[in-house]
Ligand binder design. Structure first.
Ligand code: MRU
Length: 358
């Protein structure tokens, strides 16, 4: 998507190097950094310079490619995949991308591996862009249908950042929003701040502001109230792993939004490219939930009056914190899954992907 005069993806090759946007500094600074060593790729994913399920997978793919350029041996391939796989446990796109890279590279002689690995990583990125564009094409019809039934903008509530920064481009939940905006359908987005890391406040709000999409930032606890008052027409979120039966694992707090949507008759959609489906799991409670450090809860990062970006403590020194980063929304609370192949009820996922379902 456009930042200033330039079209950016969230990861790209430039002058023979892999470049990413270091998202820890947004919206205060737009910093582009180069990643090259295995340590840098692992830190970029673990410490969330990049984040979002599809982008984690794409970054890992380039991590393997860079490793193959340094040393195309079987040992390096195995070690690289193991190190990158251990960085974050919940988004299945990471495992998917590493398996795709291994399948593309392992059968080849060492001398051909680096070239093939960079080509495969580029293909994973291009496919992600196309899948997310198609999610927007299908999701746009949901927005359009609501627009025909009401006056004023279609009011969408979203959680976390499932925008272009979380994918290679377009975003998942934001793709229908961007495409509706481009089609001239008025949309207004309620952006959950998404404590503790505030991906909504920092990233989704930045994206929407940059594209001129009407939005309000709301605290995480406001969504239920707005739904009770009839101020939300639909909810669209992303997902880090969706099971074969359509249970959805996404950023912590998504489940509470689904409960509120269900109680108030608000449609609750989840947008996902197919690599986010874990066909090996049916029950969402089998998904490993990442527990992050308590400092993300006890401290908040923001821009100080003097312009410096800093972290401030908001709780007593002696207070410990729990920080589960994701939760599971059961399929029964999900109205529909918006995929690159179309929109389906959660229980019909296997019918849409008969070539993938186990
Ligand atoms: O911890 P994060 O920022 O990586 O979590 C991201 C999310 O939960 C997104 O909603 C999810 O990855 C879907 S992004 C298209």
């Amino acid at each position: 998507m456009k930042v200033g005069d330039r079209h950016y993806r969230s990861i790209w090759m430039e002058d023979g190097a892999v470049r990413i946007i270091d998202q820890r500094w947004l919206p205060h600074e737009f910093r582009v950094v180069t990643v090259e060593s295995l340590d840098e790729f692992a830190a970029a994913i673990r410490e969330m310079w990049v984040r979002g399920a599809p982008l984690i997978g794409a970054t890992a793919a380039y991590g393997v490619a860079c490793a193959m350029a340094r040393d195309p041996s079987d040992g390096t391939l195995t070690e690289t995949c193991e190190v990158l796989h251990a960085t974050r446990p919940t988004a299945v796109n990471l495992r998917w991308a590493l398996e795709a890279m291994r399948a593309a590279v392992a059968p080849l002689p060492a001398g051909d591996r680096a070239t093939a690995a960079f080509a495969k990583a580029a293909a994973i990125c291009d496919e992600d862009v196309e899948m997310n564009r198609m999610i927007g094409v299908h999701g746009l019809e949901i927005v359009r249908e609501i627009a025909t039934r009401k006056d004023g903008p279609v009011r969408v509530l979203t959680h976390c950042n499932a925008g272009w920064l979380a994918t290679v481009d377009w975003g998942t939940a934001t793709s229908p929003i961007y495409q509706a905006h481009e089609a001239g359908i008025p949309v207004h987005v309620f952006v959950d701040e998404t404590r503790p890391r505030n991906q909504g406040a920092l990233l989704t709000a930045w994206e929407l502001a940059g594209h001129g999409v009407s939005h309000d930032l709301i605290v995480d606890n406001a969504g239920g109230h707005l739904m009770q008052r009839g101020e939300v027409d639909l909810v669209i979120t992303g997902t880090d792993r969706t099971t074969a039966r359509g249970d959805v694992c996404n950023k912590i707090g998504t489940y509470l939004k689904a409960l509120a949507a269900h109680d108030n008759g608000v449609p609750f959609y989840v947008a996902l490219p197919s690599p986010t489906i874990d066909w090996t799991i049916s029950d969402g409670f089998e998904i490993p939930i990442e527990e992050r450090g308590g400092d993300e809860v006890t401290h908040v990062q923001g821009k100080l009056a003097d312009g410096a970006v800093s972290s401030v403590q908001i709780s007593p020194d002696a207070t410990p914190a729990r920080n589960p980063a994701f939760d599971v929304t059961p399929a029964r609370l999900v109205t529909g899954l918006i995929t690159e192949r179309g929109v389906v009820a959660p229980g019909e996922l296997a019918g849409l992907f008969p070539d993938r379902a186990a």
